[in-house]
Write a protein that binds this ligand. Sequence first.
Ligand SMILES: [Zn+2]
Length: 276
Amino acid sequence: MILRFALALVFSAIIPCVFAADIAAHKGSAQFLDGKIVCVSIFADDESSSWGKARVSPYAKKTVDYMKIATKWISKKARKFERKPEFVHDFFGNGGIFYRTKFDCDMTDNAIASKFVWRYIERAIDLGWIRKTYGTDNIFFVVFLNTGKKNRVHSRAQCYCGKSAYPYEIVYINRYVDGIETSPAAYAHEILHVFGAEDLYCADSLNNFPSEFVAYCAETYPNDIMFTINDKFRGSIYDKITNDFSDIDAYYVGFLSECAEVTRFSLHPSEHLPPN
Ligand SMILES: [Zn+2]
């Protein structure tokens, strides 16, 4: 632990905000974990699930509570790196950020869901009004699906990598996964993804995450928010988040310009750094 702390001191350098602003154009719609950030909520029915006839489901209040826990936790972690994200997510108290729709497809199908959502955003959401009203270009979208307890598809994030047709970055929150209600920690995990954070629990040749690195994370950061969304003792919890936020996470969301583990394992660079 002492050695890692010492390494962190050597390698960690906080990226100045001015630098971050210069590269905003490459980040997709969720640009930086700093300043005003608008979250647009889309409660969607699809071919196999529905929120019922009411425009606002009774469950909507709970999602606002969970978003509050997740965004407060992220903001608290960010403050340690001199960042001050201000999330606008409560659609009961803020206009123009709640939408209700139906998609004629299976929204748990990763291969097609985002195409439907991107087109819906283009057609139905007045982003110019949102930008003007809230004074920010920093926007992401959360699609809430009323998946039943038999659903096995996990919540996930659609991130912009410069190749998709639209820059809109989307978090998909499935109400239940494997019979368990999706927790605030899962919300935080997926939100961090759209700002650049990477999964630490699976080897990925595409992302240049070798299995040795995943084994290292399992040993060193077993409670990291990008490694697990469960509490070590209580599993899923709903009134707070007890996970950790490592320097690896800080590096990939743009809080740090360097990270000891990224160098050590030759991992791919953060999207917040300019290409070599
Ligand atoms: Zn993930």
